[in-house]
Every structure is written in C-alpha cells, then in structure tokens.
Write a new protein. Structure first.
Ligand SMILES: [Zn+2]
Length: 50
C-alpha cells in the first residue's frame, strides 16, 4: 500500500528532505519535518476498479 505524506501546516504533499535528521520537506512552507510530525494517508481507496 502506497503512503502519501502531507504537510501538517498547509496540507500540501511533501517531498523527501535532504536535511539530515528530517524525513520530509514542504516546498511551500519551507519547513522540514520528521515522520511523526507529518500527516500520513494511504492510497487504498483510490485503487478500486469498476
Ligand atoms: Zn506546508
């Protein structure tokens, strides 16, 4: 199951952080986050076929 990580401040999707000690970065807020700080959603509901 694919996980998607979102910014807890603005709700945008996060990119991987290049800063040591952080996992994710929001390019909009210019903030870095650890995995425990971010909003994690799974994609299970988007994979249903008709
Ligand atoms: Zn943000």
């Amino acid at each position: 199951m694919k996980k998607i990580y979102y910014c807890p401040i603005c709700g945008r999707e996060l990119i991987k952080s290049e800063i040591e000690g952080y996992c994710f970065q929001c390019s909009y807020c210019d903030e870095d986050f650890t995995e425990s700080e971010v909003i994690i959603k799974t994609e299970e509901n988007n994979e249903k076929e008709k």
